[in-house]
Write a protein that binds this ligand. Structure first.
Ligand SMILES: [Zn+2]
Length: 396
């Protein structure tokens, strides 16, 4: 089985190349904003929706009129930027149709447009463009040149898309690959159930708690503070622009820390277990907000602001996405179960009652007296539900 995967490497551009990369990003941002303005005007003034095809057809003229500006870059990467805008509009209209009142797609300010994508290797870009070089790897990007890559691990599969991405002062290349061969890990015979929480990212049925890392919580705190600070500030001042930049930088940091941590935890799990059962996140989010456990968290998280908590919550989606990729590539089985009642059902006798849950952390069964950490009890129920699903699927 082959799975899609991406590889991210640090770029080592020369000063001239770094300037070209910045110009490339800036021109793509300008193109995005101009295309957005075009769509906005047509929609607001005439009620007309401009489509991707219309805008792509205009690219030729835009490039022809501006040979030393927009004309320098790859036609395909510019199309990818227009498609990115098209996606933002598609999402906007989906929400409008669903009866909600979403914000109109927004103009991208400096610092809010950080990547250019070349949708096909060989078209305006080339991975490993100097294969004859004895020691270094290069990627060629149209208008930028052959940029040196710090390739710290091998690339597997076939390179499909190539992106250049700016993070702070650094540049990265991101390769999305197809047909990456799976590397099954040897079986361990072990199974595990995971309960996802706020104080702990996951709790396993064997009693192991995997906490959100302290540095992530610390960055989340700083981000929450920076956002409060920003909300207090006056609009339009130079200090405000600095505050916006700080919030953006901290958002990026939280995202990177969360992804790194998700990789670490997911790696450990797929190495140790053949079958991993977790809560179905879509259902979990609904039942959680309905039953109010997130709104009334335990003591560990009570002091944390709602925002900080939501930052830690958001880690679940990232974690499960990473876990799904790794499980597939390692040949592990990942099962999602409906989490309804898993936190109030006794994992020993099956008695289900709200009163079983004494506090956020403490579970004591009112029928049989079984006492356990509430998350461990829930993880045990989750594992059991997953194994039952699996058995039913095998019997069918
Ligand atoms: Zn019981």
């Amino acid at each position: 089985m082959a799975v899609p995967r991406s590889f991210k490497f640090l770029l080592r551009p020369t000063a001239k190349q770094a300037a070209a990369l910045a110009a490339c990003l800036e021109d793509h941002r300008t193109l995005y904003n101009a295309a957005l303005e075009h769509r906005r005007t047509a929609y607001v003034k005439a009620g007309v929706s401009v489509r991707y095809g219309d805008q792509s057809a205009e690219l030729k003229h835009i490039r022809g009129d501006d040979p030393d500006g927009q004309g320098r870059w790859s036609f395909s990467s510019q199309q990818a930027t227009l498609r990115r805008l098209d996606k933002a509009f598609a999402a906007f209209f989906t929400r409008v149709k669903a009866g909600r009142t979403p914000g109109f797609p927004r103009f991208k300010g400096r610092g809010w447009f950080d990547a250019v994508e070349w949708p096909k290797d060989g078209d305006g870009c080339r991975w490993d463009s100097q294969p004859e070089h004895p020691s270094a790897t290069f990627v060629r990007l149209q208008g930028v040149g052959h940029v040196r890559v710090h390739q710290h691990r091998p690339v597997r599969g076939r390179v499909k898309t190539i992106s250049a991405k700016r993070e702070g002062k650094r540049w990265y290349v991101v390769l999305a690959c197809d047909d990456v061969p799976a590397e099954p890990l040897p079986g361990t015979g072990a199974v595990v159930g995971l309960d996802m929480g706020v104080a702990c990212l996951v709790t396993m049925n064997d009693g192991v708690h995997v906490a959100n890392p302290r540095h992530l919580a610390a960055t989340a705190d700083r981000l929450a503070e920076a956002q409060r600070d920003l909300a207090r500030g006056e609009r339009g001042s130079r200090r405000r622009r600095k505050k916006v930049a700080r919030v953006a930088a901290l958002h990026g940091k939280v995202r990177r820390q969360r992804i790194d941590y998700a990789h670490k935890v997911a790696n450990a799990l797929v190495r140790a277990y053949d079958v991993i059962v977790h809560e179905d996140l879509r259902i979990a989010n609904m039942t959680r907000s309905a039953s109010g456990t997130v709104e009334q968290p335990g003591r560990n998280v009570a002091q944390k602001s709602g925002l900080n908590r939501s930052i830690l919550d958001a880690g679940w989606g990232v974690f499960l996405t990473v876990l799904a990729h790794k499980a597939e590539s390692a040949g592990r089985e990942l099962i999602a179960v409906n989490p309804a009642d898993t936190s109030r059902t006794c994992s020993r006798c099956g008695h289900c009652a709200k009163e079983n849950r004494v506090t956020q952390a403490e579970f004591v069964c009112t029928a049989c007296g079984h006492a356990a950490h509430a998350d461990v009890n829930a993880a045990t129920n989750i594992l059991r539900a997953g194994l039952a699903l699996r058995q039913a699927a095998e019997a069918a």
